[in-house]
Design a protein around this ligand. Structure first.
Ligand SMILES: [Zn+2]
Length: 53
């Protein structure tokens, strides 16, 4: 495997799985969603959980 292939593989792994936006600033994190989508997902999950009661 060439370093270039590794680079593109890492680049691909650091894209938001929701909106597809690159997340170069979170390269050290394990998150797969950007901050905007994480916030949206968290809010959505919270509301869903809250509305169940
Ligand atoms: Zn996103």
């Amino acid at each position: 495997m060439t370093p270039i292939a590794t680079f593109f593989r890492n680049l691909e792994a650091k894209c938001c799985t929701v909106c597809g936006q690159a997340m170069t600033e979170q390269a050290e994190s394990y998150m797969t969603e950007c901050f905007d989508c994480q916030e949206k997902i968290a809010k959505d999950a919270y509301l869903r959980h809250y509305n169940k009661r």
